[in-house]
Design a binder for this molecule. Structure first.
Ligand code: ADP
Length: 430
């Protein structure tokens, strides 16, 4: 039996125990009066504590001084402990939820939680940035009212979430997102959003590269096959035969150059960081001048200048090939009578190797794309000049491996300047 009831019965019995002798030995009404007074006192005591409990229940606080009287003290004590435990549990749970939200915010992938009607329950900052959402105002809104790209709407409404959706964002930044929806907690959906822009670009580059290589090799191959067929089927005189064979040799040389450049590119791509050989720049510049003159065959003026204060550290064959490409381009894209200036000089940031020409120049719109594989301003002209479209890609790659930057300045009809800027860490004072 609860202690409060036992206490109440004891008090009633006590009042009766005093009232009965008084009523028997004195007068009966006095006995009743004592009994009623006892009950009244007990009721008053209970009402007082009841009123305190009522006040507390309307605004429960964790207050260690919360005390009842008599048996009520136990009730107040238990309520106090209960309230305290409850508040500790709530605050622990709040901490856990806060940590969970902090973890979701820290994710580099976007996360959006949706209800059955695609209304946003929660979204992290990455998702806000990826989809252009604003958590505070967009919560409770159907996401398809905010991201209206038809493929996105169709994906959500189609409810077939076996495969992720690849979405090209229409928000300007040329972003590609991979969106995966996972059902959870019955009828809710968790949307995971990965930014796959980089891997998509690499994929596209790989596909374009294979297509370009096939195309570049197919053209001379087709020409070769055509000539072979002609030689097999038609009786030609000696002169025509000679002419055809020369043209075939030219095509096979072209294929050889493409394959050679592809091999160079792939070998520098997979090679370990370049050696730190000491490259004698005076010698190298002199060799480049002589190679340029040989290629020009006396049609250009080739000038070489070295300030002689420092040499370069790096892989000599790679640097020779990169600088040689720049000189060869300057000669090939400069009409006869023009000048090519090869220069090596110390700068405040490090040192600079440059090749400047008075050639055909390049329109500004082409400059950012010149180092892409197989990119040419004028395909026919490049082919006639014996180019493969891979030269500047090789140059850029080799320079990157030496922490150098390629700076291109050009004006159509005036000329071009290609400069490789090396950091001071790559230099050796002479
Ligand atoms: P290519 O083998 O065709 O020369 P590159 O990668 O070396 O390929 O160069 C890419 C393109 O950049 C060339 O096709 C040409 O249009 C342009 N280019 C490179 N160097 C020069 C230059 N010195 N003057 C004018 N155009 C140039």
């Amino acid at each position: 039996m609860p202690s409060q009831i036992v206490n109440a019965l004891v008090l009633i019995l006590l009042a009766a125990g005093i009232a009965i002798p008084v009523g028997y030995f004195v007068v009966p009404w006095a006995g009743w009066a004592v009994f009623c007074a006892g009950l009244g006192l007990q009721m008053l005591f209970n009402f007082r504590n009841f009123a305190r409990l009522d006040r507390w229940s309307q605004r429960p606080i964790v207050d260690p001084s919360l005390e009842g009287e008599g048996a009520w003290d136990g009730i107040f004590g238990r309520l106090y402990r209960h309230e305290k435990d409850l508040r500790t549990q709530i605050s622990d749970r709040d901490d856990q939820i806060e940590r969970l939200f902090a973890a979701l915010q820290a994710l580099t992938d976007g996360v959006v939680s949706l209800d059955l009607n695609h209304q946003i329950i929660y979204c992290n900052t990455t998702a806000e940035d990826q989809l252009g959402l604003v958590s505070e105002t967009d919560r409770g809104q159907p996401i398809i009212n905010l991201v209206r790209q038809p493929e996105f709407v169709a994906y959500l409404e189609g409810c077939d979430f076996e495969r992720p959706l690849t979405l090209r964002s229409d928000r300007g930044a040329d972003r590609v997102l991979s969106i995966h929806v996972v059902p959870y907690a019955g009828n809710r959906r968790l949307m995971q959003i990965k930014d796959v822009t980089q891997s998509d670009r690499l994929d596209r580059m790989r596909r374009d590269f294979v297509a370009n290589v096939s195309h570049e090799l197919r053209t001379p191959l087709t020409v070769l096959a055509g000539f072979l067929e002609t030689l097999q089927e038609i009786e030609l005189d000696r002169d025509d035969q000679r002419r055809y064979l020369d043209m075939m040799a030219e095509q096979s040389k072209r294929m050889e150059s493409i394959v050679q450049d592809l091999l160079t590119l792939s070998s520098i791509e997979s090679a370990p960081p370049p050696n730190n050989d000491l490259v004698d720049m005076s010698n190298l510049i002199d060799k480049l001048r002589r190679d340029g003159e040989a290629l020009s065959g006396g049609r250009h003026t080739i000038v070489a200048e070295t300030d002689g204060q420092c040499d370069l550290r790096g892989s000599e064959p790679e640097l020779v090939s990169a600088f040689g490409n720049l000189v060869a381009n300057a000669v090939r894209y400069t009409p006869a009578g023009g000048t090519v200036r090869i220069e090596w000089k110390v700068t405040p940031q490090g040192a600079e190797f440059s090749v400047e020409d008075t050639g055909i120049g390049i329109e500004a719109k082409h400059i950012p794309r010149l180092t892409e594989r197989f990119y040419r301003v004028d395909r026919g002209r490049s082919r006639d000049a014996g180019g493969t479209g891979l030269g500047l890609a090789i140059v850029k790659h080799s320079l990157n491996r030496h922490q150098a930057q390629l700076d291109i300045k050009s004006a159509p009809g005036i000329g071009s300047r290609f400069a490789a800027k090396f950091p001071a860490t790559r230099l050796a004072r002479v």
